[in-house]
Design a protein around this ligand. Structure first.
Ligand code: S3P
Length: 435
């Protein structure tokens, strides 16, 4: 993929459905009783992996463009699959389905691609084993052979990492446990909590004081039942982030991104960009299926007046913008004093080692960048077109496509097709709005 520098991006666009929410919509409606219509289901390859796995577990799913219809089988109505369940590149598919499978009365194997087979699964194996499931996995990595049990034991568990995938995995297992399970963790995205409540589960979220400050506590009652209810998926704020940064940094840009998911556990990217001086406003906010949605208006600037004295992004906010850090790094090259990201060691175990990938690609573009074990620092830089490596990671491919718009000369992205993992229409959309 070759990309030329740009002057501006302009237009009004509606992006595909949120990947995180789509995974949950498909899985939870499969666990519900009744049929669900899901509108604006994500076009991402990751969500297609979830649908395939569910079909192999005996769930009937029909698709008409971006609308899907799921016939719920109930919490324990899945069928033993006749083959391994292929999660592709999708950590969310593997970790959430592990929670579902732990509470079934059969065994099944979850497999993934090369990248997913290297990602840490101890974080779900440990709590699911405590709940009574048996899991075989070499070095705590996929393939995972899960021997389910029903009912599972309920659990009180404090997450060692603030991960929404792990929290959701335990909540799904908790739906098939005796009594109430409780999970404590630093805040992470809460789509699972909101959607399970929307579908009728007994689930509570509160903040409690722990040694390390206030943390989130979620409890779920294993006697909960899910009742099918139609769902509308908002556009994906993590996909929107690429266009937000592109428009913010290219003078004369003005874009409106319609119907974007604005759940407060996902909007940290907007808040951080605003605090660093980007011109972003949110319009027409409303609540749809328990999630906040709205339109995002972005205007381009040539210079930024930060509203904060520090350009260091660290601490609890990291979990709430974890997927946006590659594009935030690109933004850092365009602002006075650059920026520093810390406490982001989780980035090293995403679809690629995103700290190493960001640092390597920024260096190739001649940026001033320093790598730390838990993050990086990037200074304001004049980017030069170069050959980028996507490292097979969708968010790296798209972040550096945006960096290419700010660079002098042509940029080539090797392996850009991996963008399809979350956003197959990315390059087409970009081409439409770029000048
Ligand atoms: C996701 C949670 C995050 C995120 C991933 C999607 C989810 O992962 O990086 O892209 O849908 O729950 P972790 O929960 O492992 O941080």
């Amino acid at each position: 993929m070759k990309i030329q520098p740009a002057k501006s991006i302009n237009g009004k666009i509606t992006l595909p459905g949120d990947k995180s929410i789509s995974h949950r919509a498909a899985i939870f409606s499969a666990m519900a009783t009744g049929e669900t219509r899901i509108e604006n289901f994500a076009t991402s390859a990751d969500c297609a992996s979830t649908l395939n796995c569910l079909r192999n577990l005996g769930v009937e799913i029909r698709q008409e463009n971006s609308t899907i219809f799921v016939k719920g089988v109930g919490k324990t109505g899945f069928q033993k699959p006749s083959k391994n369940l292929d999660c592709g590149n999708s950590g969310t598919t593997m970790r959430l389905l592990a929670g579902v499978l732990a509470g079934q009365s059969f065994d099944a194997v979850l497999v993934g691609d090369e990248s997913l087979s290297k990602r840490p699964m101890k974080r779900i194996i440990e709590p699911l084993t405590k709940m009574g499931a048996k899991i075989e996995a070499e070095n705590f990595c996929a393939p995972l052979k899960i021997y389910g049990k029903n009912p599972l034991q309920s659990i009180f568990y404090k997450l060692p990492v603030p991960s929404a995938q792990v929290k959701s995995c335990i909540l799904l297992a908790g739906l098939n446990a005796e009594n109430k399970s409780e999970i404590q963790s630093a805040t992470s995205r809460n789509h699972t909590e909101l959607m399970l409540r929307y579908l009728g589960a007994e689930i509570e979220e509160k903040f409690v004081e722990a040694e390390d400050g206030f943390i989130q506590q979620v409890s779920i009652d294993g006697n909960s039942k899910l009742i099918a209810k139609n769902l509308q998926i908002p556009s994906d704020i993590s996909s929107a982030a690429f266009f937000i940064v592109a428009a913010a940094c290219l003078k004369d840009s003005e874009i409106v991104l319609e119907n974007v998911g604005l759940n407060p556990t996902r909007t940290a990217i907007v808040e951080v960009l605003q605090s660093l001086g980007a011109d972003i406003s949110v319009l027409n906010q409303k609540k749809v299926c328990n999630e906040i949605v709205g339109d995002v208006l972005v205007r381009g600037r040539t210079s930024f007046a930060p509203k904060t004295s520090s350009n260091i992004i660290s601490g609890d906010v990291i979990a709430n913008l974890i997927d946006e850090i590659p594009i935030l790094a690109v933004f850092g090259t365009q602002i006075e004093n650059g920026l520093e990201v810390r406490n982001a060691e989780e980035l090293r175990v995403k679809e690629s080692d995103r700290i190493a990938a960001v640092v390597e690609n920024l260096r190739r573009m001649n940026a001033d960048v320093e790598e730390f074990a838990d993050g990086f620092r990037v200074g304001k830089s004049d980017l030069k077109g170069a050959t980028m490596n996507s490292f097979g990671d969708h968010r790296i491919a798209m972040a550096f496509a945006v960096a290419a718009l700010f660079a002098k000369g042509e940029t080539k992205i090797v392996g850009a097709e991996c963008a399809k993992v979350s956003f197959p229409e990315f390059f087409q959309t970009l081409k439409k709005i770029v000048r």
